[in-house]
Ligand binder design. Structure first.
Ligand code: LLP
Length: 383
């Protein structure tokens, strides 16, 4: 807990996101070390956190970007990522976004449907260029994660189902302004088991064999993101098991000669370096419960309200007090604005700082202004 320079927080307005850049750098170094294979390319899923201070570090470490909107492509370019390091996914790309991506020469569109393929061809034709595309396939794999963040099952809106693949590959070969270079997959997020990734590799192997037999090969395979992190005890695993993750693909995926393998990691890159820092406003004794009302709410960190997620909560002002149970709640007019029930914490007083840990991914970027609140600010720390 010594990581937090609490004395420096006294004059700062709360809530704010605290980013430990040294931990981010160590995480990036570990990614570089473990994804060392020449064919491996790691794209940072910018949706997890697009704070410019974070993006610059990730760019400097040499990662590419996975973007899902024109805005994300722009944020990546502004942070110094090169056009050929950017892949562009998304189930609902607008015509303007497609034009913007083509104008900026991004390396690949991950295409999610036949009508989208036709529109990209049409727009590329009008712009007299050719779009590199990968087909996003829905591999129908259960990633054993929260229903809202499972994306690889047949019944959700993402990707192209196996039974439609033949038609769409054939279609792509007839379109003049489309260059089919690869296949793209993503099975979900916060995946903490190896099994779903092995199943993905097996699926890709089968698919490649099948298409190879028909004379169709792909220059690149993109396996998406999804590597989970330790929300329960962030200090036990400040850096996710990248070695194990990349090894799974190294051992189970049969890459073809010269084939490139792309990853799109978001959460595992940035989650542990970020904490939301909030002040205790009131300690309120109910008839059966004690509430700690804090100045951060679901507008600053929506994951608990939206996914029932739990972020480890720490009293960083007075960590050695007597332990009590508290419901830690925010100021928003919604019952779901609650960060934790019956949290066992060292005695809280008005003005204490709490850290909501593992909030670097899908935290600041998902903040809203509901209740006319200001967006949280950010604070960068480097040891
Ligand atoms: N690639 C694609 C196509 C994706 O849809 C996603 C995440 C990623 C990569 C990055 O996945 P990651 O490595 O971060 O698991 N807001 C939710 C998470 C939504 C994830 C959406 N897609 C949360 O707070 O848990």
């Amino acid at each position: 807990m010594s990581r937090f320079p609490v004395a420096e927080f006294k004059d700062l307005g709360t809530p704010f996101y605290f980013y430990d850049l040294s931990l981010l750098d160590r995480t990036l170094a570990e990614i570089k070390r473990t994804a060392r294979d020449e064919q491996f390319h790691v794209h940072y899923a910018i949706k997890a956190n697009a704070n410019p201070g974070i993006l610059r570090r990730i760019q400097a470490a040499g990662l590419g970007v996975d973007a899902v909107s024109g805005g994300e492509i722009k944020a990546a370019l502004d942070a110094g990522f090169r056009d050929n390091q950017i892949v562009y996914a998304g189930v609902g790309k607008t015509d303007d976004e497609i034009r913007f991506a083509l104008r900026n020469g991004i390396s690949c569109f991950n295409v999610e449907s036949e009508p989208e393929l036709e529109i990209i061809d049409e727009i590329a034709g009008a712009m007299q260029c050719v779009a590199n595309i990968a087909l996003r396939i829905n591999p129908n794999i259960d990633a054993h994660t929260h229903e809202y963040i499972t994306t690889g099952l047949a019944e959700n809106k993402f990707g192209i189902n196996f039974d439609q693949l033949s038609d769409i590959i054939e279609k792509a070969s007839t379109l003049e302004h489309i260059n089919l270079i690869g296949l793209h997959f993503h099975i979900g997020s916060q995946i903490t088991e190896t099994e779903p990734f092995i199943m993905l590799c097996d699926t890709i192997n089968r698919l490649q064999d099948e298409w190879e037999a028909k004379g169709v090969t792909f220059a690149s395979i993109n396996v998406g993101g999804g590597l989970g992190i330790d929300y329960a005890d962030p200090d036990r695993h400040p850096i996710p098991d990248f070695e194990g993750y990349f090894k799974t693909f190294r051992n189970h995926l049969r890459l073809r000669q010269g084939q490139q393998l792309h990853f799109e990691l978001g959460r595992s890159v940035v989650a542990q370096c970020g904490s939301l820092i909030t002040r205790v406003l009131y300690v309120k004794n109910g008839s059966t419960k004690r509430f700690a009302v804090v100045d951060a709410g679901m507008t600053d960190l929506i994951r608990p309200a939206l996914y029932n997620a739990h972020h480890c909560i720490q009293n960083i002002s007075s960590p050695n007090g007597e332990m009590h149970h508290y419901d830690v709640v925010g100021p928003i007019c919604e019952s779901s604005d609650c960060f934790g029930k019956d949290e066992l914490l060292p005695a809280l007083r008005r003005g204490d700082f709490l850290a909501l840990r593992s909030a670097g991914a899908y935290g600041e970027i998902m903040a809203s202004q509901y209740n006319c609140r200001a967006l949280p600010s950010s604070y960068f720390f480097e040891k």
